[in-house]
Design a binder for this molecule. Structure first.
Ligand code: F6P
Length: 371
């Protein structure tokens, strides 16, 4: 049970951090309106914590009032009106000295000071695992705050689901549906790479929903020969095409992750496994193979009604939580309820696809191969 201590709140701030996810604007709107209803003033921090760390870079000081007018008509919009960033983590802020040497410094004290300077009584921070780690330090330094979890990857622990995931799965499903007809017409193998970081949720859910033939996820290293066996099995049954969904974090048995870019101070950028899978299938089977990388398309567009509703519930629950005196907690979905869990219980733990879960078993019963 998370600890509570009621204090009077007059002014709050909201920040969005990490990769964007459809539903962020709905959280901002719900939190702003719920706070305004209680007579509180609401401010948005621009670009994650950058607005508070480098206010001189913004004409409006990096800190904008979130009035009723400012949050009107944004629930259905993708992205975040506040901007976001998944670099320049304030816990390990990269500094380059004049002699070219690099250093990573902790700038969380400056963030706490910045909020005090603006007389902010409490913060709502919306983000993924990286943002939770920052929030946990800020809370320990005395900043009253509540975190709202977000990621299209659905890999955050202690919440049933994160908003953005349903929208990403819906888009991937539609893309896979569209690829079916062209794959069938040409008798090709179509490899589709989807995001998801180190977890296979997007690949699994969209792959099962769209009747993919092969789903490769990080939770189970794949054997390319088994993938080709599936292609051949389908051919022998009269299906000349195969749809393969590959999560960006999938790895071959005995092989490593496909990494596009390593940059200090931020998570490695994954990608490229789809290309490898497509090339390997072509080489072993001789089949004509095409690759489609859905990439950032999965992060864009209007949130589904499920994601809007979850995001609105999270935003309103964050404000109710602050009013009730919670701090250092994350809002979480525990159907049918929204609850508050200590940030420490949720951070640093990745929620992976359990290979014995009902959806995996369903996929297997439908004849889908995991390689
Ligand atoms: O965490 C969300 C996510 O979209 C991952 O699925 C993906 O690996 C990563 O962000 C991409 O990040 P960037 O915006 O830096 O390309």
């Amino acid at each position: 049970m998370a600890a509570k201590q009621k204090v009077q709140i007059k002014k709050i701030a909201i920040s969005t951090g990490g990769g964007d996810a459809p539903g962020l604007n709905a959280v901002i709107r719900a939190a702003a309106l719920s706070a305004i209803m209680r007579g509180w003033e609401v401010y948005g921090v621009l670009d994650g914590f950058h607005g508070i760390l480098s206010p001189e870079e913004y004409p409006d000081g990096g800190f904008v009032p979130l009035t009723r007018d400012r949050v009107r008509g944004i629930t259905h919009l993708g992205g975040t009106i506040l901007g976001t960033s998944n670099r320049n983590n304030p816990l390990k802020y990269p500094i380059i000295h004049p002699d070219g040497t690099r250093e990573e410094v902790d700038r969380t004290d400056e963030i706490v000071r910045g909020f005090r300077l603006h007389h902010i009584d409490a913060l709502i921070t919306v983000g993924g695992d990286g943002s939770l780690a920052i929030a946990s330090v800020l809370a320990k330094k005395g900043l009253r705050l509540i975190s709202v979890p977000k990621t299209i990857d659905n890999d955050l622990d202690k919440t049933d689901v994160t908003f953005g995931f349903d929208t990403a799965v819906g888009f991937a499903t539609e893309a896979l549906d569209r690829l079916h007809s062209t794959a069938a017409s040409h008798g090709r193998v179509m490899v589709v790479e989807v995001m998801g970081r180190y977890a296979g949720w997007i690949a699994l859910h969209s792959g099962v929903a769209a009747s993919a033939d092969v789903i490769l996820i990080p939770e189970r290293p794949y054997d390319i020969h088994k993938v080709v066996e599936k292609v051949k099995e389908r051919e022998s049954q009269g299906s000349k095409f195969t749809i393969v969904v590959v999560a960006e974090g999938a790895t071959p048995v005995g092989g490593g992750l496909s990494v596009l870019e390593h940059e200090a101070g931020r998570a490695e950028r994954l990608g490229g496994i789809g290309e490898k899978v497509a090339a390997d299938i072509h080489e072993i089977s001789g089949k004509e193979t095409r690759l489609v990388v859905l990439g950032h398309l999965l992060r864009g567009g209007s949130p589904t009604s499920f994601d809007r509703l979850t995001a609105l519930r999270f935003g309103a629950a964050a404000v109710r939580g602050l009013e009730e005196g919670y701090s250092g907690v994350m809002v979480a979905l525990d159907p049918p309820q929204v609850k508050y869990v200590p940030i420490e219980e949720a951070m640093g733990k990745m929620k992976m696809v359990p290979m014995g879960s009902d959806i995996v078993l369903t996929a297997k019963d439908l004849g889908i191969s995991f390689g």
